[in-house]
Design a protein around this ligand. Structure first.
Ligand code: SF4
Length: 467
């Protein structure tokens, strides 16, 4: 008998309704918009990886197989890629792993979607597998904790910065580790350059967080992140979800997980986890409260027929999904790429909610873009899709100012790449500064930063002038 996923794959390839959708397309030619094809690949793409050439769809579609076979070291990369891993690429990966604050972990699903014959330029590879040759020196103003989350800790697991919203971090492990992670200071274990206190989910330690939330009637909104909610056990999803729903003033909870983008098989084969999520979601609906998933696709290349099936499952169970992307240089910072990504997300019933300007965290200078580029992207995206599916492009103001519409800066010196932000409803008169990546500045701008002499004083003087 074939597994549900095997059936699912067949359904994808044979179901006339799915086939019909797979060939439909939208043309915005008259507006100069790129073509979008709603073609969700249903081929056995993982079989191009020599180590997985014999893996069946049923095995590949089993989340436990995905977890067991995740790639976590250069030697495993070599083992599964065999001759596809050239010596120069292996050396480049080795050099990257010596510089990155994030450990290596990729599911076979996302690993197989990389074009290994052009790995250096591949947008999925860039997100998860750092190369030494691509690193740039960190900006002098980078911050380990760019959003000042530690400065707003209400309990060991809770960040309370906005008046009515909190961030609950019950776990700092993930099924993959992203090079651009804003919580690289704590997520995913120590690396050659960064030691950290990563923690797994400890159910017995959450009571002080729940009590804090019971005691703070202004809190209506809880984001459960980390780390990744995909790695919470079903009983932990239930405990967190039901405890929060039992608090009368909490109206909305969101489970944050990159899982749908990197291991959609879990939605299709981890019945206990899905049942727990569905129970929380259903209970929320009965109490007129919102329970949803916030996920994280960066490009259309991460969406396949597995995603289509996973989303069908979530839609069937009445679970709303929204997407938050980080703007990453060489991955999704071109209008055409982001436009197609948004259109395909919307097609899958995933609301494209946010696009973040990359946070000023270490090891990411080569991945960051300028605020000007983000403004231009925001301008071009507006009007290309219905308003509720138009993502808000935001800069999470470094130092704890919170998310700001990208065009709402107070001032912006494009030559030096310094933008000034305020957040009157969150942090009063305080000013916040974002710094564009230096290699993207004009020659004069680059010269300003290259001269270390009195840099701090010059910056202080600039800031006081801005004030
Ligand atoms: S899944 Fe999220 S928390 Fe985990 S490494 Fe990626 S960005 Fe960081």
């Amino acid at each position: 008998m074939s597994s549900p996923v095997e059936k699912g794959m067949l359904k994808c390839e044979e179901d006339p309704q799915v086939s019909k959708r797979a060939v439909s397309s939208v043309s915005g030619k008259e507006l100069g918009l790129p073509e979008v094809s709603y073609d969700f690949r249903g081929d056995r793409f993982w079989r191009k990886i020599p180590g997985w050439g014999e893996v069946t769809a049923a095995e590949f579609g089993d989340y436990a197989w995905q977890q067991r076979n995740s790639v976590t070291s250069l030697s495993q990369v070599g083992k599964v890629l065999g001759p596809l891993l050239t010596d120069p690429l292996a050396k480049d990966i080795e050099a990257g792993l010596e510089r990155t604050p994030m450990n290596l972990r990729m599911t076979p699903y996302i690993f197989s979607l990389i074009d290994w014959e052009n790995a250096v330029d591949d947008p999925i590879r860039k997100q998860f597998l750092p190369l030494g040759s691509q690193f740039l020196d960190d900006h002098p103003c980078y911050m380990d904790d760019s959003l000042d989350e530690d400065g707003h800790k209400a309990t060991p697991y809770l960040i309370h910065r906005y008046p009515d919203k909190v961030l609950f971090l019950p776990i700092t492990l993930c099924p993959v580790y992203c090079s651009y992670c804003t919580r690289s200071r704590v997520v995913g274990g120590s690396t050659a350059v960064k030691s950290k206190s990563t923690y797994g989910a400890k159910t017995g330690e959450w009571e002080s967080t729940f009590q804090y939330l019971r005691d703070h009637s202004e809190v209506e909104d809880v984001v459960i992140s980390g780390g990744d909610a995909f790695l919470l056990r079903p009983e932990q999803i239930k405990e967190i979800g039901m405890t929060l729903l039992d608090i009368p003033h909490i109206r909305r909870i969101r489970f944050a997980t990159k899982g749908i983008a990197i291991m959609p098989m879990k939605i299709l084969t981890d019945e206990k986890w899905m049942a727990a999520l569905e129970l929380v979601s259903q209970t929320g609906r009965e109490r007129m409260k919102e329970v949803c998933i916030h996920t994280h696709f960066s490009t259309e290349g991460e969406m396949t027929s597995w995603t289509l099936l996973a989303m069908q499952e979530l839609v069937n169970r009445g679970i709303t999904v929204r997407n938050q992307s980080v703007l990453i240089r060489g991955v999704n910072n071109e209008f055409e790429v982001m436009y197609r990504t948004i259109k395909k997300l919307a097609y899958l019933n995933i609301q494209p909610y946010y696009i973040y300007v990359h946070d000023m965290v270490p090891g990411c200078e080569h991945l960051r873009t300028t605020v000007a580029e983000a403004c231009e992207l925001s301008k071009r995206l507006q009007g290309t899709i219905a308003g509720f599916n138009t993502p808000r492009v935001v800069c999470d103001a470094p130092g704890g100012g919170g998310k700001r519409e990208v065009s709402s800066f107070e001032s912006y010196d494009r030559e030096l790449g310094i933008s000034t932000w305020s957040a009157p409803s969150v942090r009063g008169d305080q000013k916040f500064y974002y710094y564009d990546p230096i290699d993207q500045l004009t020659e004069a701008g680059q010269k300003f930063w290259a001269d270390q002499n009195g840099l701090e004083e010059r910056l202080a003087a600039m800031k006081s002038e801005t004030r």
